[in-house]
Design a binder for this molecule. Structure first.
Ligand code: MN
Length: 613
């Protein structure tokens, strides 16, 4: 029930600018500070004016609410105010229906003041301004807010909040940036509406393109829905600036799988308009030393992620495991990750244990659809990479062939992938790349060697350097392999089993060079290859063992190594047994004092396995 005689006092909304201020009108304001010539009064977060001391009517302190009349607006935008004291008045809010601009449309607004709405994906304090990374349904935008050098602006704004930013669009170092006047957290209904809008749009944007596989494959055709799901999860992580950690088995197949995905993700990060160095802090590829995601790996990943979260306001990561991750050996790490709600995605071709799927948000594995390890991680990774970002296909289409020969795949797909690239990379070239990857990873140890590995796979486009590097690495690897074989082959001990299988034992601890290339697993593999050649037509199992481990390879013996390991664990109390791997290629660990018992029991089990004639 307002009286018409009441005096109107205006209150400016957050989005109002100078054009909403009228000379002669009265506004409600807040005392911002004092100078010896008067006091500054804010009409909203962006607009302030000066009340000269001759126009002050009362004593005030900072943040007092005052009523002021606009005496004049100068050409430079300065506002002269005069304090007024009124007892009875009516307040009217002035809201500017500022149209919200989509991040992808900012390019055409340079020099203009705009409003954007989105989720805070990162808050980074620099030595100058605070940088907020805002994600909306169309893209990612950095917003700089400055109070004082190195001081956090808008400290009330938190990660993952839905906010409205008002500021000027600028070009900084060739990148669009908004210099924020105001960053306000939206509340209640507004938040829900914006979040829904963003989620819906992101969902559509993250949907992978519907493209056919590189080669014909029934198994991968059946895996397509899960591959699409993984691609979508990864695309979405990129669009919301969630860091991605890509962990992989440190052999040629694992590296191939991870490198294909790396190309797709890094290119997508660049395209989505994030910071020029975003590909370095939002994506990390790292090999796992063990053939599984061990506690050391999760501990390291967690340690770095939590520190980045606290220091740079980064989101917690999405972790993607390839050529690793589908067995119960990974479970202890998943349990730790779960405490921190870290989502996991797995692309693997190891025989999966059903117990681990509860830890994963997606899991591509040929065993789920009646396939087996012949579809290697590098094949799966490359197909997923194409779904993440089809543009990188020309650079990665030879990678499945390299992975296939590296992992000695016997699936029909191996030949199809080789055929696809035979003009540029014949089988011998693919084998060389695979060997070069294995050899180089030995020297890289825990490092990803991003650019060296790209040269080995000829992704950097410098073919001359690629050719020289691979030739040199292959030469180095072969020399060391020959050296190792001439030392250990004379020490191989043969056993004939009643099943007709031949078991060969080699103590790689005392009859092979240690801490060198090839390491025990690969050494056993090389020994196995030579024994297979020397025993054509016979089922062959090679056991390379050390004090507390054994590595198994087999040809023509239908073993199930993960199951044998599980049985031995029960049958030999005090054996300290663990391990796993593929059905016919795997490893087992035990305590040193029980080695003879475990090896004999293992050989007995091998003797019980069916042989192929
Ligand atoms: Mn593999």
């Amino acid at each position: 029930m307002t009286n018409n005689d009441d005096i109107l006092v205006y209150r400016l909304g957050a989005t109002c600018d100078l054009s909403d201020v009228t000379e002669g009108s009265i506004y409600q304001g807040k005392v911002q500070g004092f100078a010896n010539f008067g006091m500054f009064v804010q009409l909203n977060d962006r607009i302030k004016g000066l009340v000269h001391k001759s126009n002050m009517r009362a004593e005030h302190k900072e943040k007092d609410t005052v009523l002021v009349k606009v005496r004049g607006i100068r050409p430079n935008g300065n506002i002269d105010l005069e304090e007024v004291i009124i007892q009875v008045y009516q307040v009217q809010n002035i809201e500017r229906k500022s149209t919200i601009v989509r991040v992808s449309d900012l390019k055409s607004r340079v020099g203009k003041t705009v409003a954007i709405e989105g989720e805070v994906a990162q808050i980074k304090q620099t030595s100058g301004p605070t940088i907020f990374t805002i994600v909306d349904e169309s893209g990612t935008q950095n917003v700089a807010a400055f109070v004082e050098a190195g001081v956090r602006a808008f400290p009330e704004i938190e990660l993952n909040q839905i906010v409205r930013v008002i500021g000027e669009v600028m070009m900084r170092n060739n990148q669009l940036q908004i210099e924020a006047d105001v960053v306000t957290a939206l509340s209640g209904e507004d938040t829900t509406a914006v979040r829904e809008r963003i989620d819906k749009a992101l969902d559509t944007r993250a949907e992978p393109e519907d493209i056919p596989l590189l080669v014909e494959s029934d198994v991968m055709e059946r895996l397509r829905p899960e591959m699409r799901k993984v691609a979508k999860i990864i695309r979405k992580a990129v669009f919301v600036s969630q860091p991605i950690i890509l962990r992989h088995h440190a052999d040629a197949d694992g590296i191939c799988s991870a490198v294909a995905i790396e190309q797709a993700v890094v290119a997508l990060i660049r395209e989505s308009g994030a910071d020029f160095d975003a590909e370095n802090y939002l994506f990390k590829r790292a090999p796992s030393k063990a053939p599984f995601y061990e506690i050391e790996d999760i501990t390291r990943d967690l340690d770095f992620s939590l520190k980045d979260h606290v220091r740079f306001g980064q989101k917690m990561p999405l972790v993607l495991l390839t050529d690793n991750g589908s067995t119960e050996e990974d479970e202890p790490s998943y349990k730790i990750a779960r405490v921190y709600d870290i989502p996991f995605v797995v692309i693997d071709h190891h025989h999966p244990d059903a117990t681990i799927d509860k830890y994963l948000i997606a899991h591509v594995n040929p065993y789920h659809v009646g396939g087996d390890f012949g579809i290697t991680a590098g094949m799966l990774g490359t197909e997923v990479a194409r779904l993440i970002n089809p543009k990188v296909e020309p650079a990665i289409r030879h990678i499945p062939a390299v992975a296939g020969v590296g992992d000695r795949s016997e699936a029909a797909e191996r030949a199809r992938y080789l055929d696809l690239v035979k003009d540029q990379y014949p089988e011998a070239a693919c084998k060389d790349m695979a060997l070069a990857l294995d050899y180089e990873q030995f020297w890289l140890r825990f490092n990803d060697g991003r650019e060296i590995v790209k040269d080995i796979l000829n992704i950097n486009g410098n073919t001359e350097r690629h050719t020289n590097l691979v030739a040199l690495l292959v030469d180095g690897a072969n020399t060391m392999i020959e050296d190792q074989m001439s030392a250990c082959m004379p020490h191989v001990v043969a056993r004939e089993l009643s099943s007709g299988a031949k078991v060969f034992l080699i103590d790689v601890e005392i009859h092979a060079h240690k801490f060198t290339f090839p390491p025990p697993g690969k050494t056993s593999g090389e020994v196995h290859d030579r024994l297979c050649k020397a025993n054509p037509g016979s089922p062959v199992v090679t056991i390379g063992f050390g004090p507390d481990f054994a590595v198994l390879r087999s040809r023509g013996v239908l073993m199930n190594i993960p199951r044998m390991v599980r049985e031995l664990r029960v049958e030999i109390p005090g054996g300290g047994i663990s391990g796993g791997g593929h059905l016919v290629v795997g490893s087992i660990k035990f305590v040193e004092g029980m080695r003879e018992v475990v090896l004999e029991a293992l050989i007995k089990k091998i003797g019980e396995a069916q042989v192929q004639k």
